[in-house]
Design a protein around this ligand. Structure first.
Ligand SMILES: Cc1cc2nc3c(=O)[nH]c(=O)nc-3n(C[C@H](O)[C@H](O)[C@H](O)COP(=O)(O)O)c2cc1C
Length: 557
């Protein structure tokens, strides 16, 4: 029998599918009068402006992603400035006519940015003498101190964490996305959390720290810790997850959160009032229903695992060495990670011509696997649940057609069983068998990809596009309704890696949240909700809009 939470989640998922005959429910137009303010502020909170980090080279993309690039940096004010600047800050302002808007290091569906970030830390040299909880304000690249924590409380928290750790919490203001996308907004907010998680893990890798999601913390405890327990109403901000960042001194200690919250948790004094984002709102009750169902169903600790095998930043494991020999040897070797992070952009149009060479493509595929020690997938403490169905359009020496990257090898038989009988499942020439990449059907899929992605040309005009298909109903039954958000996080992380890989390959990517759900399933032959497509993506040669001017992210930068 299904729990009420699972019923709510499955019903929400079904109700927010786009169909050829109708899109998921939304206002259907943009009500500019109620457009939400893109920046959350806590009025009255003490603000600490973070330094603009010096351009300094830092590790290469390849070294950072493989975690083999020297000792962890010291935690101080510059560290914190760098961490946020490389993950959640503004990356540029854009201008067209009288309009001006900010882009950020982390992407967001519709550039609406529902995700907020919070630092929870002990005393940090040159930043804070006391432990504190601070909201990151990207517009000013500053921290708003929401609470000073007692020494006793921080000691209690630190006991549960690896040596020298700090925490970053992520939350979502659903209204920001719902204003434009209505009922499908909850999905997009969770994709965005996934992108932000990856952005944080990759920024941490640049500082030679590791990042891991803290499993098992109850949503209510997390809301308490981030100062969001009283958030309510149309602009309610939901605490989503907590990331533990640490320098990797006690490498093999698994992360465990004791069930009981620290005794002093409820006595924290919060400062600052959240700014109001819109003058009025349209109600979308189902997004709050699904958010509550997810939050009320904790993802149990004993069913998610794998983090303890994370290699120390400077270490190596036999498995990782093997993977390095197999593929991806020099992808991103000559390119500074931070240059890639800050130049990441979504392509708004693709040229329909640029081709990708096969070695680069296979290196990209290799980087989409969860391999011990390799960033950023180790941030997630569960076996991969998302497989990738590629629409290959323009890759040298690879026949155009439909392909599958199986991200969890053991699931290959299940995938074969669930998809169309006439799929070939052949290893393409030039691709190592261990990659888990299979040709399903050769053919020109440009029109199909465009059609399935709500008629968007970017799905057809790139080198390839893809559908992220999750092991869905079974995993939700096993891990609980709370795992629904986690599946989107995994997709968002894959998307963030694709964005950065595209930049390394001198291409650009774009996340695609608008696709027709069941027509995708029909193409693949998927007949039940055992597997569901949760996110699409495209990579190719981008075409810029010459009318748009780019301005620096902050004065003097
Ligand atoms: C979850 C998600 C879904 C998206 N869906 C689409 C889409 O369907 N079509 C599109 O053109 N762009 C899509 N985008 C790209 C965003 O519009 C883009 O990230 C945003 O405008 C910010 O621009 P930037 O990525 O260059 O920072 C999506 C991005 C994300 C993160």
């Amino acid at each position: 029998m299904q729990s009420l939470g699972l019923q709510t989640v499955l019903a929400y998922h079904q109700a927010t599918k786009h169909h050829f005959r109708a899109f998921a429910r939304s206002a259907g137009y943009l009500d500019w009068a109620t457009q939400p303010e893109p920046f959350r502020r806590f009025e009255g909170a003490e603000r600490i402006t973070l330094a603009q980090p010096s351009p300094g080279d830092g590790p290469t993309y390849r070294a950072a992603m493989r975690g083999d690039h020297g000792t962890a940096e010291e935690l101080d004010a510059d560290f914190v400035a760098r961490l946020f600047r490389d993950s959640l800050s503004i990356s540029a302002w854009k201008q067209l006519g009288g309009e001006r808007w900010a882009l950020r290091v982390n992407p967001s569906s519709g550039n609406l940015h529902p995700t907020e970030g919070y630092l929870v830390c002990g005393p940090v040299p040159e930043l804070t003498d006391t432990a504190c909880v601070a909201h990151y304000a990207p517009r000013e690249h500053s921290l708003e101190i929401r609470a000073r924590l007692s020494d006793a409380l921080w000691r209690e928290l630190a006991k549960r964490l690896p040596a020298g750790a700090v925490l970053v919490g992520l939350s979502s203001i659903l209204w920001r996305e719902a204003w434009k996308y209505g009922e499908r907004a909850y999905r997009y907010c969770q994709h965005d959390v996934g992108h932000a998680l990856a952005a944080l893990a990759i920024a941490a890798a640049g500082l030679r720290w590791r990042a891991r999601l803290l499993p098992g913390i109850a949503a209510a405890d997390l809301a308490q810790l981030l100062g969001l327990a009283d958030s309510e109403g149309h602009e309610q901000e939901y605490a989503d997850c907590l990331v533990v960042l640490d320098p990797g001194r006690d490498a093999h200690r698994p992360l465990v959160w004791a069930d009981d919250p620290p005794a002093q948790f409820e006595s924290i004094t919060w400062r600052g009032e959240p700014n109001r984002l819109s003058l009025s709102h349209r109600q979308w009750p189902v997004i709050h229903e699904v958010a509550r169902a997810v939050q009320e169903s904790a993802v149990a600790l004993d069913i998610i695992h794998g983090q303890a095998s994370e290699a120390i930043p400077n270490g190596s494991s036999a498995e990782r060495d093997q993977s390095q020999e197999d593929y991806g040897e020099d992808f991103g070797a000559g390119i500074a990670l931070r240059s890639i992070i800050h130049r990441r952009r979504s392509a708004v149009a693709m040229d329909g011509r640029t081709r990708l060479d096969l070695p680069t493509f296979t290196h990209m595929l290799a980087g989409l696997h969860r391999i011990p020690g390799v960033r950023p997938f180790m941030v997630l403490p569960w076996e991969p649940a998302v497989h990738l169905f590629f629409f290959v359009h323009r890759v040298e020496d690879l026949e155009p057609g439909l392909y599958c990257l199986v991200r969890r090898r053991e699931q290959l038989p299940e995938l074969r069983q669930a998809t169309r009988r006439d799929f070939a499942w052949q290893v393409p020439p030039g691709c190592p068998a261990e990659l888990g990449f299979h040709l399903l059907q050769a053919g020109d899929l440009r029109d199909t990809a465009r059609l399935l992605c709500c008629g968007q040309d970017i799905a057809a005009d790139g080198c390839f596009s893809l559908a992220m298909v999750a092991d869905f109903a079974g995993r939700l039954r096993r891990h609980g309704a709370g795992f629904y958000s986690h599946l989107f996080w995994e997709c968002g992380i894959i998307g963030q890696v694709l964005y950065l890989q595209a930049e390394v390959a001198n291409l650009q990517g774009t996340g695609i949240g608008c696709y027709f759900d069941d027509p995708v399933h029909e193409l693949l032959g998927l007949q039940s909700d055992a597997f569901q497509s949760l996110y699409h993506f495209t990579v190719g040669g981008a075409v810029d809009d010459p009318r748009i001017t780019t301005l620096p992210p902050y004065p003097g930068v």
